[in-house]
Write a protein that binds this ligand. Structure first.
Ligand SMILES: Nc1ncnc2c1ncn2[C@@H]1O[C@H](COP(=O)(O)OP(=O)(O)OP(=O)(O)O)[C@@H](O)[C@H]1O
Ligand SMILES: [Mg+2]
Length: 245
């Protein structure tokens, strides 16, 4: 089991108030899966993704990644594991604005101590894989949104991570460009990467093979995309029957 959460919850505390973003939640994600986490704004998707990606720790419950109990990891160990196992993609790309695209993509390799020549070669390969080899000397601001997201995906895959966590990766893009980015994630899944895709968009979620739906910090369903499609079709038929009756 690659990722396993056992009754994890998350409360955010400020001075006087506490917000429960995630109620006790259990889930398992296997190697090679393509999972969508689907839910409306504020439902706890990013909170859940942050815990799955070792960016944050649960308030209670247990989280295992690649067989390791996250509670036993120091912050440095968690950062090391994160850098080795996980590639992140965000809605707003998170590219460093004053660094060239090539340098942005090389950065995770720099953190893991890879030498200059190999960094350059692997970053160039990753940029070729996302079909962006001609833009490597540009600054992020000189690229379109779709190109910046391609660069961000190149940065996410340059360390060859087992898992790619993508939080609304198409959220800032028009639908055609968003679709291209989605095809890229599908292709990465076909070559063995585990993909966890956070979205509020049902059509996008249906491109995954499994859909976990979340509302108000609780998982309300967890099913294959085919089962989700069948359930949606049945609900529509019921509505039509009700309307006709
Ligand atoms: N750092 C924080 N401090 C306090 N409350 C937070 C914090 N982060 C998130 N929350 C709250 O937790 C709940 C879940 O937030 P989360 O960001 O996980 O939702 P989301 O499903 O990702 O929403 P969106 O689709 O808008 O990105 C929300 O009510 C939010 O206001
Ligand atoms: Mg979010």
């Amino acid at each position: 089991m690659l990722l396993e959460a056992r009754r994890i919850s998350k409360q955010y505390r400020s001075d006087s108030t506490a917000v429960t973003a995630l109620h006790p939640t259990s889930l398992r994600i296997d190697n090679g899966e393509f999972v969508a986490i689907l839910g409306p704004s504020g439902s706890g998707k990013s909170t859940l993704m942050s815990i799955l990606g070792l960016l944050d720790r649960p308030s209670s419950g247990e989280f295992f990644i690649d067989g390791r109990d996250s509670a036993t990891l120091s912050d440095d160990q968690a950062a090391g594991l994160r850098n080795r196992l996980i590639g992140f993609v965000f809605q707003s790309y998170h590219l460093l604005p004053r660094q060239s695209i090539l340098h942005n993509v090389e950065l995770p390799l720099l953190y893991s101590g890879v030498g200059r020549a190999e960094r350059r070669e692997r970053a160039t390969q990753a940029l070729t894989a996302v079909k962006l080899p001609h833009r490597i000397d540009h600054l992020p601001s000189q690229l379109s949104g779709g190109e910046q997201q391609r660069a961000a995906i190149a940065r996410a895959i340059v360390t060859k991570p087992a898992i790619i966590l993508a939080d609304e990766p198409t959220g800032a893009l028009d639908s055609a460009t968003g679709w291209e980015i989605l095809q890229l994630l599908i292709a990465l899944n076909r070559v063995g990467r585990t993909i966890v895709l956070v979205t509020h968009d049902v059509d996008i979620a249906h491109q995954a093979s499994r859909i976990i739906s979340i509302r108000d910090g609780t998982i309300v369903s967890d099913q294959s995309a085919a089962a989700a499609r069948a359930a949606a079709a049945a609900a529509e038929t019921m509505e039509q029957c009700d309307a006709a009756a």
